[in-house]
Design a protein around this ligand. Structure first.
Ligand SMILES: Nc1ncnc2c1ncn2[C@@H]1O[C@H](COP(=O)(O)OP(=O)(O)OP(=O)(O)O)[C@@H](O)[C@H]1O
Ligand SMILES: [Mg+2]
Length: 320
């Protein structure tokens, strides 16, 4: 069956000063019907840039190549007018930064309400529950308590975590088909984190939508994702089911990421991700990898399917 989203060979670079710095390097991913794909990886690896490419929200200095298809339709060549009919209706984003994503001049309740009422296909009569009541219900579920009061608050009157939940409410209110959620638990504490996971799970169940879940939080990725893609320095290094990737990681980077979790003893790998301006031509993890061999420094790895549905981008999988 055709996936809801298919990304093929995506490359994204940015014009910086007098050159183009390549960030996303030949990324291919797909998300099936009612599937959550968790996109994980350390800060600055290119998760948000990938999400923004799908939503065509990259800044003007971006250079994009490759193919992004939504239900078989190529998104990149679409006119802005055509794409705007999908964005906000069928393809919805829950962005990473609440402070820059909410309108400071408008109450948060109205902003969530407008996500629905401004859609070209909105019909008041078709609503089984009045829109305002739906907003209130979603707020309640997200523990944005004091029902009516939160609706009438302005973003500056709410904490970062509350604004984050307002953004999630915007995704929840539309009957979206594909939702790109960027760091949904970034500004929330551990109790609210459970609430956010619950709401996102409910969103998936109620709307049967597909989701790209961008997160640092491996616990959230595990709780919500059917499949996981691990990104390192702009490349996908491992994909598979959540169980395959998180319980039986095959790429040394994924294994290191999991070892660094508090529950696994905080074994943090030394070194930093290379700068995008000086990326090694061969394996990008070579300098930090405990299993690095000569082949890792001389040539690019290939994607290997180590078991059905489990893909790993590493020379070791060829037995080197
Ligand atoms: N407009 C831009 N111009 C130049 N470089 C950019 C631009 N936007 C993003 N980048 C660079 O792209 C890289 C990836 O950024 P991105 O925001 O996708 O990371 P991320 O994986 O989402 O990180 P985080 O987990 O911290 O949100 C970073 O090095 C960033 O500096
Ligand atoms: Mg990000």
């Amino acid at each position: 069956m055709e996936p809801v989203l298919r990304i093929d060979d995506l490359c994204v670079g940015f014009h910086v000063r007098d050159r183009v710095v390549n960030i996303i390097n030949h990324v291919s991913l797909h998300i099936g019907e009612n599937e959550v794909l968790g996109l994980i990886g350390e800060t600055g690896c290119g998760k948000s840039v990938t999400g923004s490419a799908v939503l065509r929200l990259l800044p003007d200095n971006a250079v994009v190549a490759g193919q992004i298809d939504y239900r078989g339709k190529a998104l990149l060549p679409m006119s802005e007018h055509e794409f705007n009919r999908l964005r906000g209706a069928k393809i919805v984003s829950v962005p990473q930064s609440p402070s820059t994503s909410l309108n400071p001049m408008m109450t948060v309740g109205m902003q969530v309400e407008e996500c629905l009422t401004r859609r070209p296909d909105y019909s008041k009569k078709a609503q089984q529950v009045p829109v305002r009541e739906r907003v209130q219900q979603i707020f309640e579920r997200l523990r944005l308590n004091e029902r009516g009061k939160i609706f009438r608050k302005y973003p500056c009157e709410l904490s970062g975590g509350m604004c984050q939940r307002v953004l999630i409410s915007m995704g929840a209110i539309t009957n979206a088909d594909l939702i790109v959620v960027d760091e949904p638990t970034k500004a929330v504490d551990w109790i609210l984190r459970a609430g956010v996971v619950d709401v996102l799970r409910k969103m998936k169940e109620d709307y049967r939508c597909a989701m790209m879940m961008i997160t640092h939080d491996i616990g959230v990725a595990r709780a919500l994702s059917n499949r996981i893609a691990v990104m390192y320095a702009g490349e996908i290094v491992e994909t598979g089911t959540a169980g395959q990737v998180l319980d039986h990681p095959q790429h040394p980077y994924t294994a290191d990421l999991i070892s660094a979790l508090p529950e696994n003893g905080f074994h943090v790998t030394e070194g930093f991700m290379p700068s995008f301006e000086e990326m090694p031509a061969a394996c990008r993890y070579q300098d930090r990898c405990a299993h690095c061999v000569e082949a890792c420094r001389s040539g690019k790895p290939e994607m290997h399917e180590t078991e059905p549905g489990h893909f790993v981008y590493c020379h070791r999988c060829r037995g080197e």
